[in-house]
Design a protein around this ligand. Structure first.
Ligand SMILES: Cc1cc2nc3c(=O)[nH]c(=O)nc-3n(C[C@H](O)[C@H](O)[C@H](O)COP(=O)(O)OP(=O)(O)OC[C@H]3O[C@@H](n4cnc5c(N)ncnc54)[C@H](O)[C@@H]3O)c2cc1C
Length: 400
């Protein structure tokens, strides 16, 4: 079986196929891991995204329960895999703090905390503004909630460990092998690449925010959006402890959210944001994100930035990931900015789906994967939405 895309999703699919004795070949257009999978913040959650920003409108209670079940399963899948396969990924159950950008957002987060406790069984602490300093030393936020169970990993180490696992089980991984065409032939497909053709009985598409060009079906349904991170220069241990006591993962409640964490080795602050409506080059983005960081921590003005990078996620029109089959091709795409656990899990699930051995259908396999007649894969509207979100966040901040 051929898998197009060598991120967490493609590698997890390959590892599962190889475990079951199926010949799995992963093809990636760039160096393996060049997509979002080595560029993320490395936060692992289970359900908060679905309940906070996800597709809870227009879904039945049963569908919602199914999606939550899958997000919980995705968290368990990754943490179990790391433990049982002894993956060197710096996994830590450090907790995740969701910080409120306004008093109204704080109320919303408290409601989210109650839902998370009820539906996913996690332990959630309400952190009032007075207690903020226990998690993050800033006056910028109005309180928040702390989900003790969530964790973090080192994204690139996790990717390297998954590569090792897939190879150990017998999968073949090829970098710099962009797939340019997939055509039905006989009982399977001919997969065309710059380096030649491969015959495959089945094909899995795992290209998320990078592969919208290959097939029109995905071009009309996936919206690639860039997200940026900076890393500061190394900081003294005491300073790190003062900025983020407890070393939690943090993200805030803005629509254009900010995320921050200590680097896995605990020496730097990693700070993520979408710094401008139109994607700037990294050098310029670094200056803009540094400015945002100084709003949270004004005393970071003199701190230097050592690295800046960006990656692309894939949003969907219904804000949920999709797994399924189209024209005989299997796919798992549309991480909606949260895929360390979910895309790993859906990779395993799409492999099982392709083999017809799923334990139960995924809640993310639905008959409807929405497109828009006015969208052809060029995300011209993303800058407008970014500005619209900025405006709404500013209004929330001003008026509660
Ligand atoms: C800055 C940033 C921060 C993030 N933070 C978090 C976080 O804290 N927690 C979280 O859960 N998620 C986070 N995410 C999202 C997470 O990283 C992604 O959801 C996840 O990595 C997606 O994995 P994937 O395998 O589906 O896609 P990717 O890792 O993007 O892999 C897709 C691959 O497909 C390849 N490809 C594309 N087209 C072709 C082709 N034609 N032929 C061959 N190969 C092709 C690409 O080269 C790429 O390697 C973040 C993402 C970014 C960018």
């Amino acid at each position: 079986m051929v898998i197009v895309g060598g991120g967490y999703c493609g590698l997890s699919a390959a590892a599962e196929l190889a475990r079951r004795g199926v010949q799995a070949v992963v093809l990636d257009a760039g160096p393996l891991g060049i997509g979002a999978s080595t560029r993320s913040t490395g936060g692992i959650t289970g359900g908060q995204k679905i309940l906070l920003a996800g597709p809870t409108k227009n879904v039945t209670a049963e569908q919602l329960a199914g999606m939550l079940r899958d997000t919980i399963a995705s968290f368990a899948y990754v943490t179990d895999l790391i433990e049982t396969e002894r993956l060197d990924a710096d996994f830590e159950r450090c907790g995740r703090f969701l910080a409120a950008y306004s008093p109204g957002h704080y109320e919303r987060l408290l409601r989210l905390g109650a839902l998370l406790r009820k539906h996913t069984g996690v332990s959630v602490q309400d952190v009032s503004r007075e207690r903020l300093g226990e998690v993050i030393r800033t006056d910028f936020y109005r309180g928040g909630i702390l989900v003790e169970d969530y964790g973090s990993l080192h994204p690139a180490k996790y990717h390297r460990a998954l590569r090792g696992l897939a190879r150990k089980r017998g999968a073949a991984l090829f970098s710099h092998t962009a797939v340019s065409a997939i055509t039905p032939s006989g009982t399977g497909f001919t997969v065309g690449t710059a380096r030649g053709e491969i015959a495959a009985r089945k094909v899995i598409i795992a290209t998320n925010g990078y592969g919208t060009g290959t097939l029109p079906f995905f071009r009309r349904r996936l919206i690639p959006v860039a997200s940026y991170h900076i890393a500061t220069e190394p900081l003294p241990r005491e300073r790190m402890a003062a900025l983020l006591p407890g070393g939690r993962m943090v993200s805030d409640s803005q629509r254009n959210l900010i995320a921050m964490r200590p680097s896995p080795d605990g020496t730097r602050i990693i700070f993520g944001a979408r710094p401008a409506a139109v994607d700037p080059p990294e050098r310029h983005a670094a200056v803009l994100i540094h400015r945002i960081m100084c709003q949270v921590w004004p005393d970071m003005r003199g701190t230097r930035v050592s690295h800046c990078w960006r990656g692309r996620v894939a949003m969907t029109f219904d804000r949920k990931p999709h797994l399924g089959e189209v024209d005989g091709l299997f796919y798992a795409v549309g991480c909606n900015a949260s895929g360390v656990a979910m895309m790993s899990y859906l990779g395993r699930e799409v492999a099982r789906r392709a083999l017809g051995v799923q334990e139960r259908p995924s809640a993310f396999e639905t008959s409807h994967f929405p497109d828009r007649f006015w969208y052809d894969g060029r995300p011209w509207f993303v800058p407008w939405i970014t500005e619209w979100y900025n405006l709404r966040d500013a209004i929330d901040r001003r008026f509660g």
